[in-house]
Write a protein that binds this ligand. Structure first.
Ligand code: NAD
Ligand code: TYD
Length: 340
């Protein structure tokens, strides 16, 4: 398929955004990408080194909260793919203010600019966490596109607000939009503060893996490449004002089981597990019913959880030079957050 649109990708130096840019330019080399990223602790241009000189790729360092900068860029843009956010629940508990600035105010500035510049389409990347927490051991209870919003952390509240703003701009001003609410992603280039890369890199360093509370909480896990194919399909769907939930699993896997799976693949024992104080307001269970995107757009995950975990572990083993400096530079946060 010929793809000649110019995309403004926000947050393209982060985990999912950089995977998406690499995926998109490989598949659609004629398309142009402008990557606007503030390079916070989570942004890393090393992820994009392989395409940094590609003529159809432009990097702009700056914040989505900078209205003048956003307006200047938006002039040439056909579609916005909005990843930029503060994304870590634990950090939102320590310092919620920046989550409101980036996730709410930043999204508003992008929406306003997209509207006034007649941008064709706005795709917003959101999370299943906006739907709140499901009870444990209720396999029939799942999030879908019609689940009422019930965010419970400063992070999910800020993402819920941004979703509401996107819909408001669609309904009120006619901005063409789509939203994907995806589950927990994992894979290459994920900042090692999140469960899976934290576990892998701690084990590689001979450190214990902190498990919050009793470790029985459940997340749905989506391999990042599968998330990219879902966004691709949504960006090519002939549908506006539409929301899709995206997930990767069909049955519950508690956190403790994930840590045990990682330890087993890495040939280490369960003595590497350390139960630590639980996260305040810790959501118990997320589970996603992704049948709408499957039925309407033919999407389904292509990588099993076991295969995705193995690929991810292998990548972190081969790329110590990528994650080691990130952990070293964020020692204060790691010490404060992951202790007993
Ligand atoms: P990330 O934290 O790895 O990356 C976020 C990126 O946004 C970084 O490059 C950072 O520099 C940039 N950024 C932050 N503030 C900015 C600002 N004010 N202006 C411009 N850029 C800014 O996040 P991620 O895991 O790649 O998540 C991307 C998106 O996907 C987020 O919107 C997140 O809410 C959503 N999401 C993530 C997950 C997940 O499991 N990681 C799951 C569901 C939804
Ligand atoms: P995380 O990767 O932070 O994603 P989210 O909070 O957005 O779901 O956490 C995933 C799950 O793992 C969550 O239930 C919290 C838990 N967790 C731990 O038990 N230990 C850890 O060190 C981390 C980072 C998370």
């Amino acid at each position: 398929m010929q793809e000649t649109r110019t995309l403004l990708v926000t947050g393209g130096a982060g985990f999912i955004g950089s995977n998406f840019i690499l995926y998109w330019l490989k598949k659609y080399p004629e398309s142009k990408i402008i990557n606007l990223d503030a390079l916070t602790y989570a942004g890393n241009l090393a992820n994009l080194r392989s395409i940094q000189n590609y003529p159809n790729y432009t990097f702009v360092e700056g914040s989505i909260t900078n209205k003048e900068l956003v307006d200047n860029i938006m002039d040439d843009v056909d579609a916005v793919v909005h990843f930029a956010a503060e994304s870590h629940v634990d950090r939102s508990i320590l310092d919620p203010g920046i989550f409101l600035q980036t996730n709410v105010i930043g999204t508003h500035i992008l929406l306003e600019s997209a509207l006034t510049n007649n941008v064709q389409h706005f795709h917003h990347i959101s999370t299943d966490e906006v739907f709140g927490s499901l009870p444990l051991n209720t396999p029939e209870a799942q999030f879908s596109e019609t689940t009422p919003y019930d965010p419970r952390s400063p992070y999910s509240a800020s993402k819920a607000s941004s979703d509401h703003l996107v819909r408001a701009y669609g309904e009120t001003y006619g901005l063409s939009y789509t939203i994907t609410n995806c589950s927990n992603n994992y894979g290459e280039y994920q900042f090692p503060e999140k469960l899976i890369p934290l576990a892998i890199t701690n084990i590689m360093d001979g450190l214990k893996v902190p498990v919050y509370g009793d470790g029985m909480q459940v997340r749905d896990w989506l391999y990042v490449q599968d998330h990219c194919t879902a966004i691709d399909l949504v960006l090519h769907a002939d549908k506006s004002s539409n929301t899709y939930v995206v997930g990767g699993l069909t049955e519950d896997v508690p956190n403790i089981e994930i840590v045990k799976m990682i330890l087993k693949i890495m040939g280490k024992g369960e003595d590497m597990i350390e139960f630590v104080t639980d996260r305040p307001g810790h959501d118990k269970r997320y589970s996603v019913n992704w049948s709408k995107i499957k039925t309407e757009l033919g999407w389904k995950p292509s990588v099993s959880f076991e295969e995705g975990l193995e690929k991810t572990i292998h990548w972190y083993q081969e790329n110590r030079h990528w994650w080691e400096p990130l952990k070293a530079a964020n020692q204060e946060f790691f010490k404060k957050n992951y202790s007993k």
